[in-house]
Design a protein. Structure first.
Length: 197
């Protein structure tokens, strides 16, 4: 009996684990149109041997991600972990030192499991107060620098920080619309690509 060839991802390919919130979980979007499914197409197009595992949950916080991560690392044994969490912490006004500690713990756990890490940074609107907004956007860079891991400074660059930003979001003004998903991928891909074989 002839053995079937193993799929590409089983032949020493990378596993990319994405631990995120609604921005990565296709909230309010048609299945298959979010930036993560677009990433899977990009990986194939660039002939990178990588399998993408999307472990994102709408509404998740850094505390939720931190508690879920150990089981995900054991189950999927990723080579690369993308951490896209923190937005919900800010929306709920959670203490930023807790958010920073959680992101740091997730990075350290991922590194200990042998994975490279990419932190996807977020910003909050200025109506949260200048000091809070600055501390929040800065925490991702601080963790990335301290832990020597890759960083996307602002996930929604070119979407939330432009004059016609309202046209790039769903009706709730929080979640980017389908037209914005390729831009989100474009913000992540240059950094992520460097971590893949």
């Amino acid at each position: 009996m002839m053995a079937l060839a193993a799929p590409a991802w089983a032949q020493g390919a990378d596993t990319v684990l994405i631990v995120g919130d609604s921005l990565s979980a296709e909230y309010g979007l048609k299945r298959g149109t979010g930036w993560v499914p677009l990433l899977e197409k990009q990986v194939a197009q660039d002939k990178k041997s990588a399998k993408v595992v999307n472990a994102s949950i709408s509404g998740d916080t850094t505390s939720g991600g931190r508690s879920r991560l150990p089981a995900l690392l054991t189950q999927h044994k990723p080579n690369v972990v993308v951490i896209e969490l923190g937005g919900n912490d800010a929306l709920r006004g959670l203490p930023l030192d807790m958010t920073e500690n959680n992101v740091t713990a997730m990075v350290q756990a991922s590194k200990k499991a042998g994975a490279k890490v990419l932190i996807v940074g977020m910003q909050v609107p200025p109506n949260y107060g200048g000091a809070y907004a600055a501390t929040f956007s800065g925490l991702f860079a601080r963790v990335a620098k301290a832990e020597k891991v890759a960083l996307v400074p602002f996930f929604l660059k070119g979407i939330a920080d432009v004059d016609d930003s309202a046209s790039r979001f769903q009706a709730d003004r929080i979640h980017p619309n389908e037209q914005s998903q390729p831009k989100m991928l474009a913000n992540v891909w240059p950094e992520l690509k460097k971590l893949l074989k």
